[in-house]
Design a protein around this ligand. Structure first.
Ligand code: ZN
Length: 245
């Protein structure tokens, strides 16, 4: 229930481009597709970056690893299209073994300098949420990869001076949204696009045996009863805001 907590409303007045950095195909859809849909409707250009290839996300022995990688890319592309997200970047790290290596930090930094987003959405780098949930190591490491690229690398010209030759100048973001955080501060009301978000989640057919049951479960689990008796849906983030130079 949200009544006893005060959240900030999102401020996208100065936001033209957004980069969503997540570990797996389907992570953007569960964590922030409603927000992405609302942003895209306002003309904000949203890009998804998927760090791993998702090759552990199915138990069917008849599907080969390479088939699964292709399926999951295709599912994520369809989901993104449904949300108005025009670009999806697949970074191809191995599912289940994502680490914040210097190599992936450089590749992510290059994309941040190329896309130049005002706002980045990433996953939570912490090990636990609250007292009953261990964060998936890929989600935690995806959060670390994102944070370490954002700071100190992306806006510091001493990092990767060779990128200047490619035309990618340092870039400082203005806002960061961390999803899956135990103490969120920003609340996005996604009620009007919740069904569209569900459809995006259901694009990930390789992940669900009973999609209709999942949809029902999500409708029930995520709806929040309001004092006026209505049910509303939200995505919440820990929000950080950075000074401009
Ligand atoms: Zn995931």
């Amino acid at each position: 229930m949200s009544e006893d907590r005060a959240y900030s409303a999102p401020d996208w007045a100065d936001v033209r481009r957004v980069l969503v950095i997540m570990a797996h195909p389907d992570d953007p859809d569960f964590s922030c597709a409603g927000t992405a849909i609302l942003m895209a409707r306002q003309g904000i250009q949203v890009t998804y970056m998927i760090l791993t290839n998702g090759d552990k996300g199915n138990h069917n022995p008849l599907i080969t690893r390479n088939q699964l990688i292709l399926m999951r890319k295709e599912e994520q592309r369809r989901a993104a299209e449904l949300c108005g997200v025009k670009e999806v970047l697949f970074m191809g790290e191995e599912d289940g073994f994502l680490r914040p290596t210097p190599e992936i930090r450089k590749r992510v930094t290059r994309e941040i300098r190329r896309i130049r987003p005002e706002l980045i959405i990433c996953s939570n780098p912490e090990r636990y949420f609250g007292e009953n949930y261990i964060n998936h190591p890929d989600h935690r490491n995806a959060g670390l990869v994102a944070l370490e690229a954002i700071f100190p690398a992306a806006d510091n010209p001493m990092f990767y001076p060779d990128m200047a030759d490619e035309g990618y100048r340092p870039h400082k973001i203005q806002q960061l949204y961390v999803s899956g955080h135990a103490q969120p501060t920003v609340e996005v009301d996604i009620t009007e696009v919740f069904e569209q978000k569900l459809q995006a989640i259901l694009c990930h057919e390789s992940q669900f045996e009973e999609p209709e049951r999942l949809a029902e479960w999500m409708r029930k689990r995520s709806g929040e009863l309001q004092p006026d008796g209505s049910v509303r849906y939200f995505e919440r983030f820990k929000g950080l805001r950075f000074d401009r130079r």
